[in-house]
Every structure is written in C-alpha cells, then in structure tokens.
Design a protein around this ligand. Sequence first.
Ligand SMILES: Nc1ncnc2c1ncn2[C@@H]1O[C@H](COP(=O)(O)OS(=O)(=O)O)[C@@H](OP(=O)(O)O)[C@H]1O
Length: 363
Amino acid sequence: MTHLSNYGNDRLALYTFESVIKFIKCWTNLSLRTVPPLQLGEKYFHLFPNERDPIWGYPCADRRHMQIWAKEKSCDQLPKFLVIGPQKTGTTALYTFLAMHPAIVANYPSADTFEEVQFFNGKNYYKGIDWYMSFFPVPANSSSRFLFEKSATYFEGEMVPQRVKALLPHSKLVVTVIPPSKRAYSWYHHMRAHNDPTALQYSFHQVITAHDGDPRPLRSLRNKCLVPGMYAKHLERWLDHFPASQLILIDGEELRSDPVYVMNELQRFLGIQPFYNYTEHLRYDKRKGFFCQVTEEDKTKCLGRGKGRIYPPMNESDAKLLKVSTGEGVTERVVGKMEESYCACGLCYLGMKIEVDENCKGL
Ligand SMILES: Nc1ncnc2c1ncn2[C@@H]1O[C@H](COP(=O)(O)OS(=O)(=O)O)[C@@H](OP(=O)(O)O)[C@H]1O
C-alpha cells in the first residue's frame, strides 16, 4: 500500500493514509508505532521484494488520476510510437526520415545518452515520468501530432516491454531488422571506430566464436555483438505484452534501398495524416551511397560519417558461421539459429508484413 508507483497515485495515497490513521486512532484501541521512513521502506521491500522496482503506469487510464495531475500535464506529451531498434539496422536513418514529416515530432536530444532518451532500459527509468516527459514538447492545441522517440537498445532490454506497456499501452512499436550476421558485423565495426580496446584487439571471428573460458571483455563484446540479433527471442518478449497489431517490422535493407516505399508503408501503419510525399524529399546521393534528405536549397543532407561506414566485406566463413546453426557447442548457444530468428511464434519477418500463425492467435 505504501509503494504506489506514480506520483499521481502517491498524492492520493497520502490522503488515504491520513484518513486510515485517523480512523484507527478514533475507533480502535490499537496503538500505532512507526520507524523512520528508510526503515519502513526496508521492511516493506523485505515483505514485497517484487515491488522493489517501480513500474510507471499510464496516468490517463483513470479519470481520477487525471484530476489530481497538475493542470499543465497531458498524456499528449507522451509518445504515440517508439522506434525500438535494434542497433545498426538503420534506426538513425528511420528517425531522421520520420522527423522530416510535418505531423511527426521527435524527442529533444539527450546530451548524456548520445541523443537517445534511453528511458525504459536503464538507470534513467528511476528518474520518473516527469523526466521522460521533459524530452517532449508541450502539446500544441491539436493532439494530432505524433510524438515519438527512438532508442535503439530498447529492443533487447529484458524489462523494457513490460515498462513500455505500463506507461504507453497504446503506443505502436517500430522494429527494424537486417540479417543478424550483417547487424553483428556492422556493430563490431562501430565499436572499432569508437576505439573500443577489445574490438581493436580481436578480429570479428575471434569475437563471434569467443567461448566461456575467454577473457571477460571479449565475452562481453561477443554478447553485445550477437544478442540483439536474436530477433525471435526478443520479439517473443515484446509479444508477451503487446498484440502483434501494435508492432511493425521494417526491413532495414529495404529502408536503405527504397526508403520512400518503406516510409509510405510506415505512414499507413501509423495512421498519420497528412500523407507526406517522401519522393520529393529523399534523394539518392552517389557520394554517400545512400538516400539523403533534400534540403530547401535542393541539395542533399546525409547522415554523418558514423552511418554508412566503409569496411571490408565480411569473411564468407564468418557469414556462414552466423547463418548456419552449428548444432553444438558455445557458438550454437550464443549465436542460436540466426536465420530462423526471423520467425517468432509464427510471427515472421516478411518484408513489411507480420504474419501471425494460427497457433499464436491472441498474441
Ligand atoms: N540513408 C542512410 N544513410 C546512412 N546509413 C543508412 C541509411 N539507411 C540505412 N543505413 C544503415 O544504417 C546503419 C546504421 O544503423 P543505425 O542508425 O541503427 O546505427 S546505430 O545503432 O544508431 O549506431 C548503417 O550501417 P553501416 O553501413 O554499418 O554504417 C547503414 O548501413
């Protein structure tokens, strides 16, 4: 009873407590004892260890919560959809293209976390809803604007689906995927470009075949390289909390080769009005080798050097290793059947579509 998640509820809790205590004092012979708040808290969490972690709930589900919420707050200041990653699948390009849309509003960048808010997956979560909402503009008169944020590590975060469901139950989720082997390779080069000492010390092959007896930094790098690509595992977790109809899988390779088509499909899925004509606003830039934004001066503005890096092609044997399940050993445990990772409980990656298997109805 003491541990109510939202501050909206907390105000109600204080009032309720006061009344309960008054009632007990007035109508019973019970003598009440207390201890300092910290001790009380420890006792409470000893009795209810599952509640140690707060879960911020959607403040607008209950009219009473709305009534005690500060006047200037509104659920229109919460995002309507999230781009959840995983990393290296084209999420920055997607974010940039979405932000070009006149009806779509991106989060303010965070200086701490490389522009992404990263609220649901780490320590930031404990900063609370106000902190999260401060990354979004106060809604204008019309609530027809689509606020969104992109945090590419949400996808594989253990707690993230449950937390997102609690705070943003109606939000749509955008997942981008590319073949997991390519994702892993791109991520490895990303780490090298950021002078990660372990990535500089070991080859890609050494990273993906690292085993449990290897040094901890190497194992850690291996996990970070491979785990986000286990799409099935992560998608299943998201689908424990969200119906498939709220989630869209985007083919990151198609986003790269035909962004206009992808953005059109995405606009339809999100139900965004007005329909933005990306044909006029995206153009292939030969020098960059990617589609880029067309500026008002009719020039192209491309993503920075960190996106679309140039590195040698992946070894065929490594590509194979990541594609084919080895059948035994550490590699299989960590890598899993990567190709099959495109399917999760009948939810398969088929271009833009999600197909739900008969057995998985009601997901
Ligand atoms: N239009 C456009 N411009 C530049 N880059 C593009 C574009 N579309 C897709 N991509 C691919 O996006 C890859 C980077 O993915 P992310 O933005 O998700 O990376 S990150 O997680 O934010 O670091 C990046 O991976 P690398 O090629 O390995 O650098 C690109 O291949």
